[in-house]
Design a protein around this ligand. Sequence first.
Ligand code: GDP
Length: 387
Amino acid sequence: MRLALLGIGQAGGKIVDEFLRYDARAGSNVVQAACVINTAQVDLDGLEYVPVEDQLLVGESRVSGHGVGADNELASTIFAENVDELGDTLDRAPVHKVDAFLVVAALGGGTGSGGGPVVIRHLQQLFTEPVYGLGVLPSEDEGGLYTLNAARSLQTFVREADNLLLFDNDAWREPGESAGGAYSTMNEALVRRLGVLFGAGEHSNGDVGTRVVDSSEIINTLAGGGISSIGYATAQLESETNGGLLSRFEVDDEPVEDSATSTSRITGLVRKETLGRLTLPCDVGGVGRALLVVAGPPEFLNRKGVERAQSWLGEETGSMEVRGGDYPIPDVDKVAGVVLLSGVTSVPRIDELKDRATEARKSNDRVASDDADSVDGIFDEGIDPLF
Ligand code: GDP
């Protein structure tokens, strides 16, 4: 599936940068266009893969390139004032080739939190393709303001985007890891999941016996909106086949194995990815739609495995809409599975964010009165239940 990526703010920019690195290395050809927008020049200077001509600094007359701090309402104002510049940037990008837009931002900071929804709204007005959000939730120890920003901005992202994929820093930060180190590990983990998911809609080798996922299945799974979470797991082929057993089963230079082994590997993977660490930990029992992608060498992907895993996923999620298929990638030594859980309804972290934000509002009259002056209706008043 071909995407245009828009990274807003520091985290958004870094994740887009990592996606470009992944795309070039994996040759997956998912990213057709990418641009990053920030109010802080220093954040743009730190990017390695996004060309300078695709970097947009906004709000210089207000913040002189120094960023907005954690003031997401100021960011929202700045983006609303400069949204036409985004149009000029998009005019230069090959957006006519894309299947969807992905707007990436942290919800707890300032620029991404406030600017992200403005960008999404603008793209929705300009294009007919779906516009998805990819939001990063702050970790618990980042303080009340980040929590409040995230809780408020979450509602706005959900309302403006066709679907909001979430990544929870709180669930992914390893204790004792430095912030910089943790971020690059987390960004790599997130992008690997997105790369397999969206890469799936881009590849087909016409193999008989497999069922390749196409981009309309990803779009249909995300249709209906709400919040999504992604699971991922891999199985190493060499180690599973007892160090070299693979080579003993070569036929016409193609390693093969009995289909029962491939089937049970796939079903095992899907259990692991669904029940393991999700980008946003949630109860898999209340999911609207799901998509399963199994990626790896075509000779290790089998239809029966995917079908069994699909029906297991249907039972586990209670969803009537579970899609599934392959993503054949020759010459790799593992099989990877991605599960997209779309329209999740039971997310303890979101309940917690809402509770924390309500408490913060109660104890801070100033913030409460700021709420009433929200910019252009971008921010809702109060913390309404999302679901
Ligand atoms: P902005 O530039 O004002 O939008 O602010 P940031 O993007 O720095 O948002 C702050 C939030 O983003 C905090 O919750 C940080 O923990 C988180 N964050 C910053 N950089 C990264 C990153 O590279 N990866 C991830 N996963 N989170 C990040």
